[in-house]
Design a protein around this ligand. Structure first.
Ligand code: ADP
Ligand code: MG
Length: 562
């Protein structure tokens, strides 16, 4: 039989697949199932538009059959099938596969990235098999053809017999090696899980014969006898939860879905389910975890949402869908507007994806705002876990995101003795009060005992107590809220005295000049200046820093590595 050559580009991709060190080989099954589903779609569409195929939706299915003895895995569909020419053209040319644009000098590393993120269609079969056979019969044709390939050296074609239209793909699963276990792809349990994981939402049933065991009928229950039998099981649920109507889904279903999919032992704090049509058509199912993941505030944490294109998972964690300050959100987006084989690079510039991302950001923000308004306890619990991330968000990118975030912030209030929003603070400001006062320290108790807070509190001013390192940086980045400047209680000018009081103070300084100079000298370089303060009440003395930066902020800055 004549060995035919692959196109140069296909050969490259095949080489890559065969020698791939990529560890998520399991995605081959997703790729083959998605092709089978596409092929059925094509024929189903014909059924709908021509109306003369005599087929109906229930007639379509995909089957998976492992055979441990023969080491084969067979994936069959009764879709449109392929003619001889189509077999050659579609499986011999990578250009068919659409969007994979190989640059001439691609680094091998980048190639692996490509596989990891998107899979590359039919050729991914070669990651797990050393020989692939495709038997296909096009709908409406009475001849079938067999395409066989052992990899990059080429493929053969021969006529063969096949009952009915559709395609059967037989994978000869590779033998196990020391590093890699291929046996698992012949195991019904693994296959079931892979279908659940990647292809649960394929709209046609994916079936497999599964061996089960049951108690023999009529046997003695105390001395049970078992028998095995085979059941043709449908592995996928076919309807994704996120496409169901909101009022048809119970809270329990949402919770179970979240816990299984995102491996959390706790229920989510908040579920956000939204469907949109128009500029961007998508379904999104988002969750706010009840607790920050253990690695959340480390470099290891990866933000992102699962991305589906019309029910098929194309990316496990798409970072471009979430801004950093909402990186705690888990969930998924399913859109018909994205191509299945879109590459990571292309995604970053995809207009549709940008529209979706900005919609999601608004949605998350408004959900948080309404939680703050309507369920304060829940919001505080959220804030305890993720408030720090919001504050980093205010600080990052030169305060660019402050408008999004400022009303989601909470700080401890000296007068309310609990967390308050900036809006609430401003609403309580005294007449003529110019500044939003804040004080920094390790704990609210310690701040409460600072000499500087005493006079302010005594005069009836509310002070925000900042206990996280990032707090003061965030406020200073914001500069103002509702046109009111933030002011540290250790700043020189707190705008507390009248003009006369200020003059009286200046006079006192002048009178005590010599004593102050003597004190400074005695402290022997430990302080820069000794001054008379108007800020103290019962405390005789306090330490303060010059300029607007508080001592606390200085401490943080000094402790940072250069
Ligand atoms: P893509 O699915 O992105 O087009 P693939 O590499 O997965 O790329 O498949 C290449 C082509 O092979 C498909 O476009 C389709 O024309 C054809 N093909 C693959 N599998 C099947 C199948 N089971 N039935 C019919 N055609 C198929
Ligand atoms: Mg495909």
């Amino acid at each position: 039989m004549e060995m035919k050559q692959f196109q140069a580009e296909s050969k490259r991709l095949l080489d890559l697949m065969i020698n791939s060190i990529y560890t998520h080989r399991e995605i081959f099954l997703r790729e083959l199932i998605s092709n089978a589903s596409d092929a059925i779609d094509k024929l189903y569409y014909k059924t709908l538009s021509d109306g003369d195929t005599g087929l109906s939706r229930e007639d379509f299915s995909i089957s998976i059959q492992p055979n441990k003895e023969a080491r084969t895995l067979t994936i069959t569909d009764n879709g449109c099938g392929m003619t001889k020419d189509e077999l050659e053209n579609n499986l011999g040319t990578i250009a068919k596969s659409g969007s994979l644009n190989f640059k001439k000098d691609n680094e091998p590393k980048e190639d692996i990235e490509i596989i990891g993120q998107f899979g590359v269609g039919f050729y991914s079969a070669f990651m797990v098999s050393d020989c692939v056979t495709v038997v296909s019969r096009a709908y409406g044709s009475d001849e079938a053809w067999k395409w066989t390939s052992r990899g990059a050296e080429g493929y053969t074609m021969e006529p063969c017999e096949k009952e009915g239209h559709g395609t059967e793909i037989v994978l000869n699963i590779k033998p196990n090696t020391e590093e890699n276990n291929y046996d698992e792809f012949l195991d019904t349990y693994t296959i079931k899980n892979l279908v659940k994981k990647y292809s649960d939402y394929i709209r046609y049933p994916i079936r497999m014969d599964v061996e089960k065991s049951r108690m023999k009928e009529g046997c003695d229950e105390k001395n049970p006898e078992f028998e095995t039998y085979t059941e043709n099981e449908t592995l996928n649920s076919m309807v994704p939860l996120w496409r169901k109507n909101k009022n048809e889904i119970t809270e329990d279903e949402y919770n179970r879905f979240y816990q299984e999919k995102f491996n959390d032992y706790e229920k989510p704090l908040k579920v956000i389910h939204s469907s949109t049509e128009g500029v961007a058509t998508y379904n999104a199912l988002l969750f706010i975890p009840a607790r920050a993941p253990f690695d959340f505030y480390t470099r290891d944490y990866e933000k992102g949402l699962q991305l589906y294109s019309n029910g098929v998972l194309i990316m496990e964690k798409c970072p471009d869908l979430l801004p950093d300050y909402f990186s705690f959100v888990k969930g998924l987006v399913d859109s018909q507007d994205l191509s299945l084989n879109i590459s990571r690079e292309m995604l970053q510039h995809d207009r549709q994806l940008k529209v979706i991302a900005s919609r999601l950001e608004k949605k998350i923000k408004s959900e948080l705002e309404s939680m703050l308004l309507n369920d304060r306890d829940k919001y505080e619990s959220f804030y305890k876990n993720f408030g720090l991330q919001l504050k980093y968000g205010v600080y990052e990118d030169y305060g660019m995101h402050k408008d999004v975030l400022q009303d989601l912030l909470l700080f401890y209030s000296s007068s309310e003795k609990k967390l308050v929003t900036l809006k609430e603070y401003v609403g309580r400001m005294k007449e003529g009060q110019k500044y939003i006062y804040y004080a920094c320290g390790e704990t609210t108790d310690k701040i409460d005992m600072l000499p500087q807070t005493e006079a302010l509190k005594d005069k009836g001013y509310e002070i925000l107590y900042l206990t996280d390192n990032v707090d003061e940086f965030a406020l200073r980045m914001m500069m103002k809220y509702d046109d009111k400047e933030f002011r540290s209680i250790s700043a020189d000018d707190l705008d507390l005295e009248t003009e006369e009081e200020k003059q009286a103070a200046a006079k006192k300084v002048e009178e005590n000049k010599d004593m102050l100079a003597f004190m400074k000298e005695s402290l022997d370089g430990k302080v820069k200046e000794v001054i008379l303060s108007q800020k103290l009440k019962t405390h005789p003395v306090c330490l303060s820093s010059e300029g607007a930066i508080s001592i606390e902020m200085e401490k943080v800055l000094n402790s940072m590595p250069n």
